[in-house]
Ligand binder design. Structure first.
Ligand code: FAD
Length: 515
């Protein structure tokens, strides 16, 4: 298809513009649009595409105000369109204000920087000078004043007003304003360090810094580890009374119990539960694999690799690991070119009847419980299982890619969510081969999981009680977060690795709720 031949896919959060959809997407859009005109054969475009993808995930929350699109001008169907926008070189990036007309050619960005921060700042410059009509979803970006703040709560129905104090050259205030755009219960405004009366009233001495301001003039400083965009946005999105638009407010887990047929099992959000891992194995071996009638070719190889990593690394109770080891030695001995699911199942259930080997029948979700039956559960278990396995392999394995390859082919061949499988396969094809050490494998899975979290934040499949975040958040691992010289967020990977190795380690897995 057209989309697959180009440099981007639908999962990049970039609108794929074509001759056909240009009218519905670009013309009269309620959001401003940034469009990259590229040619799929052009080296510069290929080199630029990771930056553009990174930008798209970086400003995903800004979509209702400003959205990113790309068009492959090398596709013959689009040549006329690119020509009509007077595009001569690739890549060219142009800014289109909201409600632009068919004859509007867009405002060129000039030199295309390969730096996400530069590009983001350029978008903000363009957005701020956006004329009328202003994109309706875009909050005001200009600095606020004492006068405006004084009457703020008379005209705005929000619980919190966050004020970001900064100097005129800083973009943080505007960035955080847009990062909070899809959240209700809060408004964000920037205040310049030259706004003397607010600066004096609040006693502000650090720029940037963030204060929460309340009716009647009460205020309090927002506590963050580092005074930078990501830290402000994360903390503000999680304030009491702040909810993603269209999602119900979080309630205490006590009140969740009536929404599912199971009794709610209280759990510690910061721990891994063996009950989830065993439930995942049950569902995977008895239900998901049960949708196959025979395993042959790639599917058989995949099944063998999966059961083999489970037998080697699953840090379970002896009764469960006995079963996995037994199942594995049986499976590896099968030399035929096909195995029926019936034969596999018979071996599994026979083993499960012996006194010292079993796999509990049925699921009992704990850390993977969802607030509704259609949230979390099995996919949550699959992620957890493979994180645990990469961490086990880190101390017991030797082949850096062994667990990831098993996961890749399991997901590719058997994972019931086919869309998930396609996305995961794309990511694996892109970078799994580069994994060259056991710790890198742990980090690879962590970082890919965060890519998925970013894509799914705010999606329908997100459990409102368990929002998708870049994980682990600062309140779980402060040392994992840092900033670069340019104040952009950066993971401290050494600390992240340390954290993962502890978090998913076998001796920390809780055994509550096991049969
Ligand atoms: P999950 O994302 O399932 O995470 C489970 C737990 O892991 C979290 O509660 C947290 O404790 C921990 N965790 C979170 N992030 C990380 C991290 N970066 N590193 C380590 N641990 C972490 N759904 C779709 O709608 N579209 C998709 O394309 C899609 N692709 C998927 C691909 C795979 C391979 C899998 C296993 C699932 C996929 N899903 C997809 C499902 C989705 O990712 C979630 O699993 C599901 O929505 C349940 O979310 P959750 O809140 O339980 O958290």
């Amino acid at each position: 298809s057209v989309a697959e031949a180009g440099l981007y896919t639908a999962s990049d959060q970039i609108v794929l513009l074509t001759q056909e959809n240009v009218k519905s997407v670009l013309i009269n859009s309620t959001a401003a649009m940034v469009v990259e005109f590229y040619a799929s054969w052009c080296g510069h475009c290929i080199a630029f595409s990771p930056t553009y993808k990174e930008l798209a995930s970086d400003i995903k929350e800004w979509k209702p105000a400003v959205d990113l699109a790309a068009i492959d001008c090398a596709d013959q169907e689009n040549t006329a369109l690119c020509k009509s926008y007077k595009v001569e070189g690739y890549p060219t990036i142009k800014f289109f204000h909201a409600y632009s007309k068919p004859d509007y050619e867009g405002l060129p960005f000039g030199d295309v920087s390969r730096n996400v921060q530069d590009l983001r700042h350029k978008i903000l410059d363009n957005l701020e000078t956006h004329g009328e009509p202003w994109p309706p979803a875009c909050p005001p970006l200009e600095p606020t004043s004492q006068m405006e703040v004084d009457v703020f709560f008379e005209t705005n129905d929000v619980k919190h007003l966050a004020l970001i104090f900064e100097d005129a050259t800083s973009y943080v205030g505007r960035e955080v304003t847009l990062d909070l755009l899809q959240f209700e219960g809060i408004a964000v405004r920037r205040v310049l360090n030259t706004e003397e009366s607010l600066v004096t009233t609040l006693g502000v001495t650090e720029f940037p810094s963030c204060y929460l301001y309340y009716p009647g003039g009460n205020f309090t400083r927002l506590r963050v580890d580092i005074e930078a965009r990501t830290f402000y946005s994360y903390a503000l999105q999680r304030l009491p009374g702040v909810v993603r638009s269209g999602k119900p407010p979080p309630v205490s887990t006590e009140l969740l119990k009536n929404n599912t047929e199971d009794p709610w099992r209280p759990f510690d959000k910061f721990r891994v539960y063996m009950a989830d891992l065993e439930s995942t194995l049950h569902y995977s071996l008895r239900v998901e694999l049960g949708t196959q009638s025979v395993f042959q070719g790639q599917a058989l190889t995949s099944l063998k690799a999966y059961i083999s990593v489970l037998a080697k690394y699953f840090p379970g109770r002896p009764i469960v690991t006995n079963l996995l080891k037994d199942l594995n030695s049986w499976l590896q001995k099968q030399t035929g070119d096909r195995i029926s699911y019936e034969a596999f199942k018979e071996k599994l259930e026979n083993d499960a009847q012996s006194p010292n080997s079993t796999l509990p029948d049925g699921v009992r979700w704990v850390g993977c419980q969802g607030s509704e039956p259609h949230f979390r559960r099995y996919p949550c278990g699959v992620w957890t299982l493979f994180h645990v396995l990469t961490v086990q392999a880190n101390s017991k394995g030797s082949d850096p890619q062994e667990v990831l390859r098993a996961m890749r082919s399991y997901v590719h061949n058997f994972f019931g969510c086919r869309e998930c499988a396609a996305h995961f396969e794309n990511m694996a094809a892109e970078s799994l081969e580069e994994v060259d050490s056991l710790p890198t494998a742990v980090l690879w899975l962590w970082s890919r999981h965060n890519v998925v979290n970013n894509r799914l934040a705010g999606a329908l499949s997100e459990d409102p009680q368990f929002p998708k975040i870049q994980w682990p958040p600062p309140d779980m691992c402060s040392a994992c977060h840092a900033v670069k010289v340019n104040r952009e967020h950066m993971w401290n990977q050494t600390e992240v690795l340390k954290f993962l190795l502890t978090y998913f380690s076998s001796d920390r897995i809780l055994t509550d709720y096991l049969e």
